[in-house]
Design a protein around this ligand. Structure first.
Ligand code: NAP
Ligand code: F7E
Length: 329
């Protein structure tokens, strides 16, 4: 039986990855940082079924060493990060500590405890930022546009550096935006799907949004965590772009989401400059042909299917909240 340790297990990807590893027969441990509120909502259903949480923080090197010693993993998936781009302008140093230096702390812990551990780094299409070519591949130069993007570039290169310096099996997955009903409420897809459900149920009339012309290559998180696992199962460590290859605007996202419940987004969506970013990533399109060729990976959920899945889930969530009294007019 193989053992995996996931940082960021309480996040969107961590929960899907844990489910997928359990299905593959892994023992799964997850690093959980201390919080005064409950953060296990996304993995609650897995805590009885094989996932064990370990206390630790990417800011605290010794906690990472202890987590590795306690769990003795074959694989470490480093998904922990300050991952919301606008927050990275408000808290650039914290973002650097967690999202950039946190990677080095985990790599150092692996080097100290067991350099045979295989390591996955959650890199991001935000590293391409102001894109230098389209579509973006593993060879496209980086031009990050936010402190978050800059931190991820550091994480990507330190991952490669520990492979080349110490021969550790490290891979970097350059994942384009991936979403799900478990996405945080502040990210654009979930803000729209939850907003649509609230508007449909009569709890609000308008949805205030930022740049409607921004374009992203959006996929389904459940599809993307499979690519992470496949990367760690290869004979040689390497880096891969994971994307759908299809790009849509935030405006199209609104159009499809509102239409799902019989509404016209133009009656509800208001563009508000307060949500504009100091520097925007205008358009991203990934070329995942290397992942297709070498990993045999391909996405199974298309854009419309993803948006419908998220709107349907939030319609059910809002209905349940009304029933339980958690949402009242
Ligand atoms: P997410 O939902 O925001 O989850 C982030 C996770 O990191 C949470 O479990 C969070 O814990 C944890 N975390 C934050 N600070 C930490 C710290 N100091 N020590 C330990 N853990 C900490 O993010 P996601 O969407 O699942 O993304 C997973 C990873 O992939 C992230 O590294 C993200 O940057 C990267 N990524 C995401 C996408 C995407 O489109 N989703 C694309 C490319 C790359 P709490 O629950 O306690 O906050
Ligand atoms: O924004 C525009 C916004 O916050 C997408 C993270 O997982 O993916 C994510 O980063 C686009 C941007 O994601 C609103 O300006 C318009 O152009 O959903 P988002 P992101 O910044 O692309 C990458 C790959 C990661 O690695 C990150 O961790 O949508 N937009 N109006 C808006 N965005 C938000 N959040 N809210 C709006 O009202």
């Amino acid at each position: 039986m193989k053992t995996a340790l996931i940082t960021g297990i309480t996040g969107q990807d961590g929960s899907y990855l844990a489910e997928s590893l359990l299905r593959d027969g892994y023992r799964v441990f997850g690093l959980q940082r201390r919080s005064s509120t409950i953060t296990t909502e996304r993995v609650e259903h897995l805590l009885e079924g094989g996932v064990t949480l370990i206390s630790g923080d990417l800011i605290d090197e010794n906690s990472l060493i202890r987590a590795l010693e306690k769990t003795e993993p074959d694989e470490v998936y480093n998904l922990g990060a300050q991952s919301f781009v606008p927050t990275s302008w408000d808290q650039p140093i914290l973002t650097g500590e967690i999202t950039a230096l946190g990677v080095t702390r985990m790599l150092e812990a692996i080097r100290i405890v067991n350099p045979k551990v295989r390591f996955y780094q959650a890199s991001s299409s935000e590293m391409f930022g102001k894109v230098q070519e389209s579509p973006q591949t593993e060879r496209t130069p980086f031009y990050p546009r936010s402190p978050y993007g800059v931190a991820k570039v550091y994480g990507h290169w330190i991952t490669i550096n520990y492979r080349e310096s110490y021969g550790i099996f490290t891979v970097s997955g350059i994942l384009f935006n991936h979403e799900s009903p478990r996405r945080g409420l502040e990210f654009v897809t979930r803000k729209v799907s939850f907003g649509v459900a609230r508007i449909r149920a009569g709890f609000q009339k308008e949805l205030r949004m930022g740049n409607l012309d921004a374009k992203r290559d959006w996929g389904f998180a459940g599809d993307y965590v499979r690519a992470m696992q496949l990367m760690l199962r290869q004979a040689e460590p390497d880096d891969y772009v994971v994307a759908t290859g299809e790009t849509h605007s935030v405006r199209e996202l609104c159009e499809v989401a509102f239409a799902r419940v019989g509404l016209d987004y133009r009656d509800h969506v208001v563009q508000d400059e307060r949500y504009f970013r100091p520097a925007e990533v205008h358009v991203l399109t990934g070329d995942a042909s290397k992942a297709r060729r070498k990993l045999g990976w391909r996405p199974e959920t298309d854009f419309k299917g993803l948006v419908h899945m998220m709107v349907d889930a939030d319609m059910e969530l809002v209905a349940a909240m009304i029933r339980s009294g958690a949402m009242t007019k």
